[in-house]
Design a binder for this molecule. Structure first.
Ligand code: ADP
Ligand code: MG
Length: 492
């Protein structure tokens, strides 16, 4: 154990961490939340900015209904209570990347309340992480402080991009739970196809609140908020750092300051940014330029019908109907496109375990080697299904299938595995007469071994199997070959 790990271990013997997470997810929509500017990443700075994004006086926002649709989808997936009547609020503050002087958000009437997200921990236990709320709001512009030595640069392409803020109750108990929670949220957003979850590009950002209290206590300690973590690994690292820092302050009878901190990834440390006492008064009030929203039950049921398969439903299906292990299931579900590809294969075979193995082993390692995504995979699911069938019907051996047929299928994606196997003579030889001829020849070529085998040296079976496989280029049906060797030796 390194020094840091030992320190955490010691802190956790005496204290219990309490963690709550706020996630901002940029929504995948065609246009921004309150105007028609494109919502796209990577354009020339300030090129996606109409008078509304620029906050010119006299402009009016117009709500993009796609945002509400996405919010409700997430709410339904997390079993939240969906608010029937809601409105937007103004959150007032002054900052250079917020030209209007306020952010349109939801204060008193978040679109979703309650609900939970299921996480699975490494030791096999499960936990429902309770949510406080999910609300809709808009992103601010982006300030860049380190490109120009004298000025802060501002890009307002991001101003007005729709966000969902997802807030948990203070119920997470360790950095591992936090890691799993953020992983699960990202997976869910991607399955729902409402956010790309790309933390490096900032389309999903995490603020983590951490405090510790003596074990067994019910009174939460003083908390800090770590802002804008840009990877899931850094969520975990920053929490571990804070647990140690808080514990060492408490051990020295010092107070934990309530403050906002930032994480410095190279050193693995957090740094104080500002004290909570200096927090703004945002003077929230209802946004007068946007109508309140009413959600009808028809609207809810229409969205319910559009819901794609979700990771937890698939988990249950994979582990019960397909009888796959929890480990295999989680590997297959990690990425939606992989899970769907796997399901596609099952339209052509019912050998679930074999289909899972082909995806997890052969297909995944091919994709890794080529740095390709599954969308770029050359092979059709139908052909993977056909390959599995060929193996199951003993028409081709598993090793030939994975070593020879599979690479050829990648080279010639329009040729079926059976036509490839036939073309290259890889179909198993299961004709008794043909195989017997080969076996007799091998007995003849190896008189010494044949004599010992006949006298009862059974371990020579392996030797003969090897010779026969070599002679038939791996196509001899192994079961039939083993049977024939033992029958024919008696006639020698
Ligand atoms: P703020 O308005 O400062 O953002 P919130 O009440 O909205 O505060 O809480 C923000 C997050 O902090 C929530 O996820 C909540 O669960 C979490 N939180 C609240 N109290 C604590 C605490 N003592 N320790 C850790 N997390 C906490
Ligand atoms: Mg907050």
């Amino acid at each position: 154990m390194n020094v840091f790990k030992m320190e955490i271990h010691k802190a956790l013997e005496k204290y219990e961490p309490v963690i709550g997470i706020e996630i901002h997810a940029q929504l995948k929509t065609k246009s921004k939340a309150y105007c028609g500017d494109l919502n796209e990443y990577g354009h020339i700075p300030n090129s996606l900015t109409s008078a509304v994004s620029l906050g010119h006086p006299g402009t009016l926002p117009k709500f993009n209904a796609e945002v509400l649709n996405h919010a409700i989808k997430l709410g339904l997936a997390c079993k939240c209570d969906i608010t029937e009547e809601m409105h937007f609020d103004r959150k007032n503050y002054f900052y250079a990347d917020l030209p209007k002087g306020y952010q349109i958000t939801q204060d008193k009437t978040p679109v979703c309340r309650n609900g939970s997200i299921l996480i699975r921990l490494e030791n096999g236990t499960k936990k429902e992480v309770e949510l406080t709320r999910i609300h809709m709001e808009e992103d601010s512009g982006k300030s860049t402080h380190d490109l120009d030595p004298l000025n802060t640069l501002i890009d307002l392409n991001r101003a007005g991009v729709p966000l969902l803020e997802i807030v948990t109750e203070p119920v997470l108990k360790s950095s591992e739970e936090a890691y799993q929670y953020v992983t699960e949220v990202r997976k869910l957003l991607r399955y729902l196809d409402i956010c790309d979850g790309n933390m490096e590009e900032g389309s999903m950002r995490c603020d983590v609140n951490v405090s510790i209290m003596p074990k067994g206590s019910h009174q939460f300690g003083k908390r800090v908020e770590i802002k804008n973590l840009n990877s899931i690994r850094n969520v975990q690292r920053s929490i571990d750092f804070e647990i140690c820092r808080h514990a060492s302050l408490l051990e020295k009878m010092k107070n934990v300051e309530v403050e906002t901190r930032t994480f410095d990834a190279p050193s693995g440390k957090t740094i104080a940014m500002r004290k909570k006492e200096a927090a703004h008064d945002y003077r929230y009030f209802p946004e007068p330029d946007l109508n309140p929203i009413k959600i009808t039950s028809d609207q809810l049921s229409a969205i319910q019908k559009e819901m794609p398969p979700l990771p937890n439903d698939l988990y249950d299906k994979f582990t019960t109907k397909f009888n796959l292990s929890s480990y295999d299931t989680l590997v297959l579900l990690e990425q939606k496109e992989i899970a769907l590809y796997f399901l596609d294969i099952l339209n052509f075979t019912t050998n679930y375990k074999s289909a899972a193995n082909w995806v997890m082993v052969n297909i995944k390692s091919h994709l890794n080697q080529q740095a390709k995504s599954i969308d770029e995979l050359e092979i059709k699911p139908a052909y993977v299904g056909e390959l599995i069938k060929l193996i199951d019907e003993n028409k081709i051996s598993h090793s030939l299938a994975s070593q020879k047929v599979f690479p050829k299928m990648i080279e010639h994606p329009n040729e079926s595995p059976s036509s490839i196997a036939e073309k290259y003579n890889w179909i198993s030889q299961s004709n008794e007469d043909d195989l017997s001829t080969v076996i007799f020849q091998i007995f003849k070529d190896n008189p010494e071994e044949t004599k010992r085998f006949k006298e009862g040296e059974k371990k020579l079976t392996g030797f003969f199997m090897g010779q026969i496989m070599k002679a038939t280029k791996g196509t001899a049906d192994p079961k039939l070959t083993a049977k024939l060797i033992n029958q024919l030796i008696d006639n020698q």
